[in-house]
Write a protein that binds this ligand. Structure first.
Ligand code: FMN
Length: 225
């Protein structure tokens, strides 16, 4: 039970009733499973524009990235990295979004430009997730590397949630442009995948509907001989 109580201290209030149920479990395994399922089941994304200060401090952010680094990783290639956009660089990111918008749509209106710039200014902590396709490895195609990045980001989102922060992944067309790659000095084989916004969630929103296991899980039927 000690393990549960240490971890429970990190769990946000929304998960506390589920934690209490898990508390009733008698052995450590059931206890930990209850905790993990409660953490996963109570997480949901919070739109970047709704994320408030204060965001995670440096120590919390490091813990989140440590959690991300626990993702399954075939051959230990570490096929991802995160780039933090510090407060002092948000205006430069807004300029980059504006340039990408103007390039994509020369007829963009002042409103379009303002909306694209605003994306750089919301959320107390803003990270760019980058997928690394190099060095090549015949046993680890890009799809496996992308799975590692996805699992890493999920770990990060769950860690943020467990620490009481809201978070969300967002992409948008700009991140896939050569201009963006150049501005972030992406190396050959690297691609920008999405932003990770993290901050304080203003209130617990109603739960979004989720798929059920039966929607995703089926037994294999071998082809007839
Ligand atoms: C790589 C990636 C990029 C995403 N980009 C966007 C985006 O640009 N805009 C958006 O509304 N949702 C985007 N999403 C989806 C949200 O992050 C979120 O998962 C979705 O709104 C469902 O919410 P939930 O996490 O609470 O289930 C993206 C998801 C992933 C995995």
């Amino acid at each position: 039970m000690r393990r549960h109580h240490a971890a429970a201290a990190l769990i946000r209030p929304a998960a506390e009733s589920a934690m209490a149920a898990a508390d009733d479990a008698t052995d450590d395994g059931a206890d930990l499973a209850g905790l993990v399922l409660a953490l996963i089941g109570s997480r949901q994304s919070v739109m970047p524009k709704r994320l408030l200060a204060p965001g995670p401090d440096d120590a919390q952010l490091r813990q989140m990235v440590d959690a991300a680094a626990c993702a399954p990783d075939h051959r230990g290639l570490r096929p991802w990295r995160l780039v933090r956009i510090a407060d002092g660089q948000r205006a430069a990111l807004a300029d980059l979004f504006e340039a990408c918008t103007r390039e994509r749509d020369p007829a963009a209106t002042p409103d379009d430009i303002a909306r694209s710039r605003e994306k750089a200014l919301r959320a107390p902590v803003l990270l760019l997730a980058v997928l690394r396709g190099e060095p090549p490895d015949d046993d680890v195609p890009l799809v496996e590397r992308a799975i590692t990045l996805g699992a890493a980001l999920m770990n990060l989102l769950l860690a943020a949630h467990g620490m009481g922060h809201g978070a969300m992944l967002t992409s948008g067309r700009a991140v896939r442009t050569p201009r963006f790659a150049q501005a972030f000095a992406l190396a050959p084989g690297e691609q920008a995948v999405c932003f990770v916004s993290i901050g304080r969630a203003p209130a617990v929103a109603p739960r979004r509907a989720r798929g059920a296991a039966a929607d995703f899980l089926a037994d294999w039927v071998p082809p007839a001989a």
